[in-house]
Design a binder for this molecule. Sequence first.
Ligand SMILES: *[C@@H]1O[C@H](CO)[C@@H](O)[C@H](O)[C@H]1NC(C)=O
Length: 216
Amino acid sequence: MANHIVLLILVALSFCYLAFAFEPSPLQDFCVADPTSSARVNGLACKNPMTVQANDFFFSGLHIAGNTSNPVGSRVTPVNVAQIPGLNTLGISMVRIDYAPWGINPPHTHPRASEILTVVEGSLLVGFVTSNPDNRLITMVLQKGDVFVFPVGLVHFQQNVGYGNAVAIASLSSQNPGVITIANAVFGSNPAIAGDILGKAFQVDKRIVEHIQSKF
Ligand SMILES: *[C@@H]1O[C@H](CO)[C@@H](O)[C@H](O)[C@H]1NC(C)=O
């Protein structure tokens, strides 16, 4: 009998663990972000629902091409909780990505979201790398209308391999997916990671590391 009770408690605790592993589902119609609140919560505090307006759920401008005149030749226009406060707690967001010819969206990861991307103009080479120890590169060329998924946390990238500009729209499974661009995080941190650490990590002379660091 006592064994059964212990087992029941263990099963109950394991459910608690699963429930708290991710942000719980909303328990109300909405929780429009109130960035001015001083409350410390996992995300952003809710505005008084009586003061919520249609504009809290609205963004305009995703028809406008991003400026790709930069060293990587791409531009991400985000539409997440920073642009639409009404996305708070809902676990979704989106982006428009513009690519100049041969432009890349450099290797990066979203710590809090999976991503589903569709090409609306041009052709893209896309890829992601599986975690250690395999580090397998899974890659494909996409045409207009094709859809590809980048699983949560994995390093991924896109390259415009068509003749003109390319445009993609992607959705992400978080209102605040976050982004870690690998080159910037590793070689452009503030303050910098010591050259001998990166030299050993990348198996190159620390002068090569310092040369790369000088680009960020
Ligand atoms: C695009 O960005 C470049 C580099 O920052 C800038 O010189 C240029 O004026 C921008 N173009 C437009 C149309 O805003």
